[in-house]
Unconditional design. Structure first.
Length: 172
């Protein structure tokens, strides 16, 4: 508080979140953090590709989900559409209040007969398991593509083909 009774906003060092004097500080910090996160995801994707890829079928996917150096928290795949939105092929749901409790990755039951392609769907969800709300859809596409050794365009096309099996793209 200054002599006039007003609260002064002063932020110093790497913890700068917002400053009236330096409005660019937040944006630059976020851009740098975003680039670092994307690089970390790409590195992890390459490690998974080297360890489990390039083709990740059902048995390799199950081993991958058990590997804590690749998947940060315990995950179970459950073929159930109840928690999914119309047209949604998969979604991770926390088991409890803390990430350490693990996740259930719900996958639409239409894919239960296509186990060799379920990895495309689950890999897309793993960025949210590993990186939480910091992850974005672009990250999920880039990560899945790297893990499977595909171009982003080829991975995205495969996801679209799989998602197209569901219909339900119309808003409810």
């Amino acid at each position: 508080m200054n002599a006039n009774g007003k609260i002064e906003r002063r932020f110093f060092g790497p913890t700068v979140l917002c400053s009236e004097r330096f409005p660019m500080a937040r944006r630059l910090h976020n851009e740098e953090a975003r680039q670092n996160l994307s690089a970390q995801m790409a590195t992890q994707g390459a490690e998974i590709h080297n360890r489990y890829g390039p083709e990740i079928g059902w048995s390799a996917l199950k081993r991958l989900l058990e590997d804590r150096s690749c998947v940060r928290y315990p995950c179970e795949i459950r073929f159930d559409s109840a928690p999914l939105l119309p047209g949604e092929f998969a979604h991770p749901v926390p088991r409890g209040n803390v990430p350490e409790d693990g996740y259930i990755i719900y996958v639409h039951p239409v894919y239960e007969t296509q186990l060799e392609r379920v990895s495309y769907l689950v890999l897309h969800q793993l960025v949210w398991v590993n990186y939480g709300a910091s992850a974005e859809a672009d990250d999920a596409e880039a990560f899945g593509a790297v893990v499977l050794g595909l171009s982003r365009e080829d991975y995205f096309s495969a996801l679209c083909e799989l998602a197209g099996q569901l219909g339900g793209d119309e808003l409810v």
